[in-house]
Design a protein around this ligand. Structure first.
Ligand code: NAD
Ligand code: WQD
Length: 340
């Protein structure tokens, strides 16, 4: 049985991926500082899968701790590196926090892997590396545009760090997965997205607003060059996303990768506008969303959705769940969390 080390494994996407890894028969060890997640996620993973992942709480910025734990865990076959800060706005206000955390943690992880002969890594990247693409849908060949935020920069530099490490001679195989907009929650409603404070992202804002935790949803602009005037994104169910990580890990462990460094877009291939998301949420849940159109949010792009051909053909992975499935699961999670 292969053992996978998952950094950021108590976080939103990490926890769903740990569930899918365990369901697929992998052993899992998690590293997380709990900077943006809760320890009881481990209990919930155990309730869902019947297996309790090993857990190490420390900050990957600490190189000695990282080395020590990777040494202790001497039977790791591959790493999935989720650990990073992810708030775009906070990164603009506090860029060093983002550069320090997201880049130092990655370099420490690669250093620890190298010392302990762990050769395979899957990295969380983001569609943010494309900015506003000139051609849609966006393929992996589309140019990486100058980043709009320090957060976006850290994703571009993270991809570069891995490529440079390989070019320097490190014996390493890596797959960078560029996620589009992950939403939704596990069908058990035991794990889900838990933003700290006021949500920045659309779907947690909708569910918290409907739950009465937040006020009216602001729709940031309806004067974009899109059919209904609101921006378009590729919203992907987090469980579909989690399953793609299992496929990527198997590809590396089975030596099916075609290069030491590969990149895949992970989206559904379909774009939906903000108003479509609201309408779909309402019809999927029977709940009314109280919203008003306001000014555009600074830094928002107009439209982006993925060309998923490469992931479909090379990984043999395809998103299966619908937008309605994802929104229903997000609402079920919110209701369960708030005891509604
Ligand atoms: P999350 O904040 O829920 O999970 C990240 C986890 O990493 C948290 O549990 C946090 O405590 C941990 N962490 C952060 N810094 C750490 C450190 N120095 N040491 C140890 N643990 C640390 O975020 P998420 O939404 O699950 O995102 C996971 C990854 O996917 C991130 O790299 C993020 O940038 C990327 N990503 C997320 C999205 C999205 O919309 N959620 C989209 C594209 C890419
Ligand atoms: C989606 C749409 C908003 C909130 C961000 C990061 C990106 C990636 C995914 C990590 C936009 C609109 C939102 C609200 C609204 N993360 N909106 N009212 O901006 O596409 O991407 O998360 O890599 O890097 O930038 O996602 O969910 O914030 O916004 O109208 O209260 O919803 O304008 O059109 P975004 P989002």
């Amino acid at each position: 049985m292969s053992k996978i080390l998952v950094s950021g494994g108590t976080g939103y996407i990490g926890s769903h991926t740990v569930v899918e890894l365990q369901n697929a028969g992998f052993e899992v060890a998690i590293i997380d500082s709990l900077a943006n997640s809760q320890i009881d996620v481990i209990d919930h993973i155990e309730q869902i899968t019947g297996k309790r992942p090993e857990f190490y709480q420390f900050d990957l910025k600490e190189r000695h701790d990282t080395r020590a734990v990777l040494k202790e865990l001497d039977n790791i076959d591959a790493v999935i590196h989720f650990a990073a800060y992810k708030s775009v706005g906070e990164s603009v206000a506090n860029p060093f926090k983002y550069y320090r955390n997201n880049l130092q943690s990655l370099m420490n992880m690669i250093d620890g892997m190298n010392r302990n002969h762990v050769r395979h890594m899957v990295l969380s990247s983001s569609c943010t590396v494309y900015g506003q693409p000139d051609v849609l849908p966006v393929t992996e060949q589309s140019p990486v545009k100058p980043a709009d935020s320090p957060y976006g920069s850290t994703k571009q530099i993270s991809e570069q760090i891995i490529q440079d490490a390989i070019r320097s001679g490190l014996d390493m195989n890596a797959i960078a997965l560029r996620y589009f907009n992950p939403i939704g929650a596990h069908e058990s409603a035991k794990i889900g997205e838990l933003p700290v404070g006021e949500p920045n992202n659309l779907v947690p804002y909708i569910t918290q607003s409907v739950a009465g935790v937040r006020g009216q949803l602001k729709v940031f602009g309806n004067d974009y060059n899109t059919p209904d005037g609101t921006p378009i994104r590729d919203y992907i169910h987090v469980v579909d996303l989690a399953k793609a990580h299992v496929v990527a890990i198997k590809r590396l462990l089975e030596g099916k990768n075609k290069a030491n460094y590969e990149v895949f877009n992970l989206g559904t291939g379909t774009g939906n506008s903000v108003l479509e998301v609201i309408k779909t949420f309402e019809s999927a849940t029977g709940q009314n969303v109280n919203y008003a159109v306001t000014d555009r949010r600074a830094g928002d792009i107009e439209k982006v959705w993925a060309d998923t051909t490469l992931a479909n053909t090379e990984l043999g992975w395809k998103a299966e769940k619908s937008l309605a499935d994802a929104l229903r699961s997000a609402w079920n999670w919110e209701k369960n969390y708030r005891n509604i």
